[in-house]
Design a protein around this ligand. Structure first.
Ligand SMILES: *Cc1c(COP(=O)(O)O)cnc(C)c1O
Ligand SMILES: [Zn+2]
Length: 567
């Protein structure tokens, strides 16, 4: 077996100081700058900063380099995608985790820990599990269920933190110091793993690309791809490096803004559906800046609408369902068609769409559940719903929804909802109206409510349990019921259940509260997980008021239970 490297040192890209990997694998101990690996000699084979290396045990083949024939024809350029979602955990991060976990073993760490918004957690967990290294992942409470499921199946200890990624990162850094733990993340050894992208590409391509479009969060992947090319150029394997284009969502673009100012910018936490590139503190900004300068590249932003539209276009035209982040390259290409016309362009498709299905769910209509009856099926197809569904992605969606023909019963349900909101002095926004329409279309209109909550009152006293009183209508009879709980939601549910459990007992296993427009606080959606006789299901309620939404969801739960019992 040939040597893995020609000897290397770890230096700071800001102050040049040499750092010792036994002391740090994250930031420069002199100035806090970002680190890089410099090999003693250039050589044709890829070099890794390890003593020995195990061939990647999870990866089967290079990720495909795919010609995008329809998009090429449509836009008059030669367009390719590198399908990085073909990696074992569905994301390019595996390239880096593969090396980081082996570095952790070489440094004799007792465990590996990291903070992540999901993809890196899943990826490091997979490699740590394979190599029998205990793994701790710190994730924000909002992390996608699919990504959490991956970390779970790979035996990671998942630590869900109240708050966002920045909170997780700070806490995990503290945690790393509390033991002999290797702190994984967007650092120097990950870069060394992720640079294999460039080696793989050069092996696969017939001709060099003019441009490579890369979705950017922390900038680590961008820097790593550049480093791979730079090493190959030094070794004489290639003559020049393609122009590297960094793309970010307009609403989360510290790297792009920084490129124009030529200094690192840290933004407030930002909101984008491309959650895997939502990094407010882009660790590898300076590496991105240097790569763009050296290659004559560019930095571009795209809007949320453009992301949605390109996400759909990649799926419908080329068949690839990716994460929203992967729509950034196509969206930015389309915004600058003149510039890229006739060029050879590569889009880096970083992750799988199955990782984040919620984005699709919240931007489309969920089909209603129909009775098993062919007439219903036909009337549903003719309602316009299917057509709306198809066009629901992108800009035309708002106007399309207005054309939806609801049947009389659903129309009434919908109007009731809106009237209730208006009564509270709330005017709903378009996205909230759309959400309501979707929810209503999903509702069964022939549900009889066995119990209606006419009114409620919550009383809170310092250092005591919350007290709730409810006025119920049961069999046309009014009843008042009181109970206590640890919070208002708990209290109001207990008060209702104190009465209804007598004839229709129903357990509330969990509740989730989602606020659709956090700035105006107008539409709250509450989803309850209910259980009866060992069976669990979910119901939801919408209102301007959290407690009212809880009540609506529970009323519906009782109605469904009742109907099932009668059936
Ligand atoms: C992590 C990630 C990115 C961003 O990569 P950075 O190295 O943070 O710039 C892009 N897409 C997906 C799917 C990711 O998981
Ligand atoms: Zn330094």
């Amino acid at each position: 077996m040939s040597e893995i490297h020609t000897g290397y040192k770890m230096t700071c890209i800001m102050c040049g100081a040499e750092n010792n990997e036994k002391e740090t694998s994250t930031y420069c101990t002199s100035c806090g700058g970002v680190l890089q690996i410099e090999y003693n000699k250039a050589r044709k084979e890829i070099q890794y900063p390890l003593g020995t290396i195990v061939p990647d045990p999870l990866k089967n083949h290079p990720s495909a380099l795919k010609y995008l024939s329809r998009l090429s024809e449509t836009y008059g350029a030669t367009l390719y995608g590198k399908l990085e979602f073909e990696h074992p955990t569905g994301c390019f991060k595996d390239r880096g985790s593969y090396i980081e976990v082996q570095k952790a073993i070489e440094l004799e760490a007792d465990a590996i820990c990291l903070a992540s918004t999901g993809n890196m957690a899943a990826s490091v967990a997979a490699y740590a599990c394979y190599f029998n290294v205990p793994c701790y992942v710190f994730v924000p409470e909002q992390t996608s269920e699919a990504k959490l499921a991956q970390a779970t199946i790979y035996d990671a200890t998942i630590i869900r933190i109240q708050g966002d990624f920045t909170k997780c990162e700070a806490l995990c850094r503290e945690f790393a110091k509390s033991g002999n733990y290797y702190l994984a993340g967007d650092y120097v050894f990950r870069e060394e793993g992720q640079k294999s992208f460039a080696y793989e590409l050069v092996d696969q391509q017939d001709e060099p690309f003019d441009y490579i479009f890369i979705p950017v969060g922390c900038g680590t992947n961008f820097g790593a791809i550049y480093k791979g090319f730079k090493e190959m150029r030094a070794a004489g394997l290639i003559d020049s490096i393609p122009k590297l284009v960094a793309v970010q969502p307009e609403t989360s673009s510290p790297v792009v803004q920084g490129i124009f100012k030529r200094e690192k910018i840290i933004t407030a936490d930002s909101n984008t559906m491309a959650s895997s590139v939502a990094a407010s503190n882009p660790i590898d900004f300076h590496k991105v800046l240097r790569a763009i300068d050296d290659t004559g590249g560019d930095a571009l932003t795209v809007t949320e609408d453009e992301i949605l539209y390109s996400l759909r276009e990649m799926a419908t035209q080329e068949g690839h369902f990716t994460e929203p982040a992967c729509a950034l390259p196509l969206a930015s290409f389309k915004n600058n068609r003149e510039k890229f016309s006739g060029k050879r362009c590569l889009f880096v498709l970083t992750g799988s769409g199955l990782k984040d299905t919620k984005v699709v769910a919240t931007h489309s209509l969920t089909p209603p559940v129909l009775k098993p009856d062919l007439d219903h099926v036909h009337s549903y197809i003719n309602s316009g719903f299917v057509e709306v569904q198809r066009k629901a992605f992108g800009k035309s969606r708002d106007t399309m929804l207005a054309n939806l023909k609801m049947d009389e019963n659903h129309e009434k349900l919908y109007k009731d909802h809106v009237e209730r909101m208006n009564k509270r002095g709330k005017t709903l926004r378009k996205n909230e109206l759309e959400y309501l329409q979707t929810m209503v279309l999903n509702e069964e209109t022939d549900l009889d409510l066995p119990v209606e909550v006419l009114d409620y009152k919550i009383t809170m006293r310092k250092e005591e349990l919350v007290e709730a009183g409810v006025k119920l209508l049961i069999n046309s009879e009014e009843k008042i019921s009181h109970d206590k709980g640890v919070g208002p939601i708990d209290a109001v549910l207990n008060a209702i259940k104190a009465e209804t459990d007598n004839f229709l007992s129903l357990e509330v296993i969990d509740h989730e509260v989602e606020i659709l427009s956090p700035d105006t606080d107008s539409l709250v959606i509450v989803t309850l997980t209910l259980e009866k006789d060992g069976q669990q299901w979910r119901t939801n309620g919408a209102s301007a008021d959290t407690i009212e939404a809880v009540i609506k969801a529970f009323e519906k739960g009782l109605a469904i239970t009742n109907k099932t019992l009668l059936a």
